[in-house]
Design a protein around this ligand. Structure first.
Ligand code: DX5
Ligand code: ZN
Length: 233
């Protein structure tokens, strides 16, 4: 069981060569593939749907970590599950019946994640933590890749980690937005276990595989013991 994962977000991939981009992620031992679904309502951008998830599923065995930035996500869970999603992450801001929604996701055979926006406090999700496989902390306002990491996210990650530890929960803490080689170690030290990166991976001048490797190096090389080496994926 891996303790940490890097999850490249294909939002910044070159979609004319998506298969090759995904193969590069696999070759660099990415942990998961992160797929950003946006509806133009909950967030200002429109991106991809089940069709792209299904295409990814055909070319990779990597778990597909699907981030649903959409209104009324419950209407689409089944389509994404059928398309091959491994985990469905829904935003607390879009789910008035969050516990039911998480249950629905699990009954479809997927892991269930809860995402929260930068302005949403931890207490909005606290009651649902025991039912979540992953907490997704947005460290930018969702909608676009290439934004700057919001520094206050570090304290939020630490707060969530503390609460999960108190519950003896093994849920992942995933950080999404503005993750770079300069801040990834600090994010990990605050208690995150999964790191989403679009720009740092796919816009790396030497390509996605090197982008992933440099992120991993930024963590390992700055580790005082190098102990995490064996825990990485
Ligand atoms: C933002 C998305 C992120 C985004 C991250 O709304 O949820 O996953 O792709 O992009 P970077 O790593 O460039 O901030
Ligand atoms: Zn995302």
């Amino acid at each position: 069981m891996n303790k940490y994962v890097i999850a490249p977000s294909i939002l910044s991939a070159d979609f004319t060569r998506l298969g090759e981009e995904i193969a590069a992620c696999e070759s660099a031992d990415a942990g998961w593939l992160h797929i950003d679904v946006m509806d133009g309502h909950f967030v200002p951008n429109i991106t991809m749907g089940p069709f792209i998830v299904e295409a990814c599923r055909r070319v990779t065995r990597l778990p597909l970590d699907v981030h649903l930035m959409i209104e009324k996500p419950e209407r689409h869970l089944e389509s994404f599950a059928n398309a091959g999603a491994s985990r469905l992450n829904v935003h607390v801001e879009t789910c008035p019946e969050l516990q039911n929604t998480l249950q629905q996701i699990k009954s479809l055979g997927c892991e269930a994640g809860v995402a929260l926006n930068p302005d949403t406090p931890m207490n909005a999700i606290e009651a649902f933590m025991p039912h979540a496989d992953l907490i997704l902390v947005m460290s930018v306002y969702p909608g676009f890749s290439g934004q700057e990491f919001i520094p206050g996210s570090i304290a939020k990650v630490a707060e969530i980690r503390k609460k999960l530890d108190a519950l003896s929960s093994s849920a992942w803490v995933e950080v999404d937005g503005g993750v770079t080689i300069d801040n990834v170690r600090k994010i990990k030290d605050a208690g995150a276990t999964a790191f989403v990166a679009a720009t740092a991976v796919f816009k790396h001048p030497q390509g996605a595989a090197v982008g992933i490797q440099t992120l991993r190096d930024a963590l390992i090389l700055s580790s005082p013991t190098g102990k995490e080496l064996s825990e990485w994926k």
